[in-house]
Design a binder for this molecule. Structure first.
Ligand code: PLP
Length: 360
């Protein structure tokens, strides 16, 4: 039976990227040696690194005064690398979920943290709107897509101070005006590749901006060394995940880039939310104007609460994978990232309709 993969991350990858990864494991770049076995100092690899950076720059229109880094440690490592490098006295955070909360917690190791607004009062079902960004803070940190709760900041906000964004779960899903951000980071495993590589887009003037005695690996400057040969190559980079990211971004480019991606993503999300709103058995959890186009969270309607396990089983029998909601929300979550085909969303919608029919 065909499986429809709605995992939240790691998650579905474009078929084309998986196929070229398999081939590269056998033979990378016609060298007769597999990608898992090459040196990261071979010219073929240096070309992949350069091309991957260029794909990022082209797809997101990244201005010249920004550097793109590929690091290890996941987005969670950026939770402390960001404040280590940028926080002098105070940082401001928008608390829109547990990832945002975890990011703020790490910043407290380096200085004061002001939580500008939080939606914790309603279990993070909305994006707070009325708040004032303190102009005396070193930066303002946001999480553009809240993977667990299915809420999203879908526009680039205006920010009077340096804006830092965790875009782990919606990067490359829409066009982004990078010039509005000081730094953008995220784990690759939601929208741009497999687990094991973290992207950081950083404005160059921030490198070494504050005087703090940092460990070499924690300092962004180390990874953005002027000599191109050393960008993200101070130590051994995550070679294989970067290769799969390269293939994934090539796929995005071939499909028409982030504008085209955004159009397809919106279409997928609209179809699924429309069914959630129509189907009497289900209801969405996020407030409508905060709904994410990447993670769609829903639960059984109040009068059908007892049927949650039954729907889970029903969906499983029809090939749906990874739709169990995060424990802090319950119910269901369909992650419909770039690589999730429209066909999978249609299959899930059909499954919800069939379940309604069967239980009327
Ligand atoms: C998954 C996720 C993280 C954590 O990423 P790791 O790479 O596992 O550290 C952080 N922020 C957001 C928004 C996420 O979706």
């Amino acid at each position: 039976m065909k499986k429809h993969n709605f995992n939240a991350g790691p998650c579905v990858l474009p078929r084309e990227a998986v196929e070229s990864a398999i081939e590269a494991i056998r033979d990378f770049d016609g060298t007769g040696i597999g990608i898992l076995e090459i040196s990261h100092r071979t010219p073929g690899w240096e070309r992949i690194m350069a091309e991957t950076r260029q794909l990022w720059k082209d797809l997101l229109n990244i201005p010249d005064n920004y550097e793109v880094l590929f690091l290890g440690g996941g987005a969670s490592t950026q939770f402390f690398m960001v404040p280590a490098n940028l926080l002098k006295t105070k940082a401001a955070y928008l608390q829109t979920g547990v990832w945002a909360k975890k990011a703020a917690k790490e910043a407290k190791f380096y200085g004061d943290v002001e939580i500008v607004a939080s939606s914790e009062d309603k279990n993070y079902t909305y994006i707070p709107k009325d708040y004032t960004i303190p102009t005396d803070a070193d930066y303002f940190h946001i999480t553009t897509n809240n993977t667990i709760y299915g809420t999203e900041i879908k526009e680039d906000i205006d920010c009077p101070i340096d804006l830092v964004a965790d875009m782990s779960s919606d990067i490359m899903s829409r066009p982004v005006d990078v010039s509005k951000y000081a730094l953008i980071y995220g784990g690759a495993q939601k929208n741009v590749g497999p687990a094991g590589v973290t992207f950081v887009i950083i404005r160059r003037d921030l490198l070494g901006k504050i005087e703090r005695n940092l460990q070499t690996m924690v300092n962004y400057k180390t990874h953005a060394a002027e000599e191109a040969r050393n960008i993200s190559m101070f130590n051994t980079p995550p070679v294989f995940p970067i290769f799969v990211m390269h293939e994934t971004l090539k796929w995005v480019k071939e499909l028409g880039g982030v504008e085209a991606m955004n159009k397809i993503n919106k279409e997928k999300a609209e179809i699924l939310y429309a069914e959630i709103d129509r189907n009497s058995m289900f209801k969405g959890t996020a407030e409508k104007d905060s709904r994410s186009i990447m993670n769609v969270c829903f639960v059984m309607a109040d009068e059908h609460k007892d049927k949650e396990a039954a729907f889970m089983e029903f969906a499983k029998e029809r090939g749906m994978v990874g739709i169990k909601g995060h424990r802090s929300v319950g119910g269901f979550r369909a992650s419909i990232y770039n690589a999730c085909p429209l066909e999978s969303v249609q299959a899930l919608v059909k499954c919800m309709q069939d379940f309604e029919m069967a239980n009327k």
